[in-house]
Write a protein that binds this ligand. Structure first.
Ligand code: GN1
Ligand code: MG
Length: 370
């Protein structure tokens, strides 16, 4: 999706990285609610090559240098694993950071914004929603491989790039605060949605209990496993690479699996207006679970497996709560493209949770059978 961009700014940025070519043109990529992303085409040695330039959102990521330290370590580790396994086409299977002229993983512009550059991976596609069981399977496989590859990464604990990112208790408290303030007088518009989340606090308690009773090891997780963060080969539809590594940090598997349930099982987009279309399709859940369990079978604990169906409901609840909180707070976090956009997003999450609640037993029974 092309849109307007600041040409001067980007041609300036283009000279700050270790790229030998000259920038020809660029397109702004509208996917993603947080960072600014551009696909830039360069003439280099008589060929056209592409790179991704990205401006990190400094309001969301307060310590961009730490973000890039994490991304650098994680991508190096995965690359070394792929090479050791004799994988082909490694440059399509893990992101490659293009260093800045001074050798750092980022460039800080005069306004204090942090930029980074990746090699563009060609002949791939991303989707906003899943349209076949195979795609759901591939998504599961991709993020399962990701957590498995990182399960033996040595060295200091990764930085928490957003502290308490998936702490649903804190998210719940934040929601209650925003509701009490109701600074934009929006609570009446969202009365039903507020009621839904308030009445579902049991989900928060269930996760708290699970976390405090052990058996859920801390792992290096991706934490933003939206389906559009998986690059699929344009011809085969096979997963190639996972992207958007800003929130890779210590977490647990429920966050990753749960967000995949949220984004791969309904035929709809996150902001679908026709709520009758929003539902968890069991065959897609099954394919997703097969893919994920296939690539995590050597690391998953019994307890993790037992909570896998619950994780879908839990993460849909967490993200729904964040959309609603942002709506009540005047849309300051997630990029919105229309009035009430965050409220529309909230409604799809609620509808999906209701659909999951009807099928949770079947979902877990299937996971148990694997
Ligand atoms: C944000 O940037 P994007 O679209 O990949 C958000 C995720 C949410 C998601 C909801 C850093 O991800 O946590 O699940 O929107 N990322 C951050 O669509 O907050
Ligand atoms: Mg993201």
């Amino acid at each position: 999706m092309a849109s307007v961009y600041n040409e001067r700014q980007l041609s300036d940025i283009s000279t700050k990285f270790h790229i030998y070519g000259e920038i020809q043109h660029a397109e702004a990529c509208k996917i993603g609610h947080i960072n600014e992303t551009y696909t830039a085409t360069y003439g280099q040695g008589g060929n056209l090559v592409r790179y991704i330039h990205q401006k990190i959102n400094g309001n969301v990521f307060k310590r961009p240098v730490q973000v890039m330290e994490n991304v650098d370590r994680v991508t190096r580790h995965i690359r070394s694993k792929l090479v050791a396994n004799g994988e082909k086409n490694v440059t399509r299977k893990v992101l490659i950071i293009v260093p800045a002229r001074d050798g750092k993983c980022y460039f800080k512009d005069p306004e204090g914004n942090f930029w980074r550059t990746f090699v563009f991976i060609e002949n791939i596609r991303t989707y906003e929603s899943v349209n076949s069981s195979m795609q759901a399977f591939e998504a599961g496989k991709a993020f399962g491989k990701f957590v498995s590859h990182l399960s033996d990464m040595e060295g200091p604990r990764l930085h928490e790039t957003i502290p308490n990112f998936h702490n649903v208790r804190m998210r719940f408290d934040g929601f209650i605060k925003a509701l009490q303030k109701d600074r934009f007088n929006r609570a009446t518009n969202a009365a039903e949605e507020i009621k839904f989340f308030t009445e579902h606090e049991a989900i928060v308690r269930k996760l708290e209990k699970a976390l405090s009773s052990g058996g859920l090891p801390e792992r290096i997780t991706h934490n933003d496993t939206k389906f559009n963060n998986v690059l699929l080969d344009v011809e085969t539809d096979k997963e190639q690479c996972v992207v958007d590594l800003d929130t890779v940090m210590p977490g647990n598997i429920l966050y990753d699996f749960g967000d995949m349930v949220r984004t791969t099982t309904s035929p709809t987009m996150e902001d679908e207006l026709d709520l009758t279309k929003v539902k968890l399709r069991l065959p897609l859940f099954k394919a997703l679970a097969r893919g994920y369990l296939k690539s995590t079978k050597d690391i998953l604990t019994k307890k993790e497996k037992k909570l896998i169906a619950f994780s879908g409901k839990m993460m849909t609840f967490t993200i729904g709560l964040r959309f609603l909180t942002d709506y009540l707070s005047g849309d300051t976090y997630f990029r919105v493209h229309r009035p009430r956009h965050n409220l529309d997003r909230t409604r799809t999450q609620i509808k999906l949770i209701q659909s999951i609640e009807k099928q949770e037993d079947k979902m877990q029974a299937y996971v148990d059978s694997l």
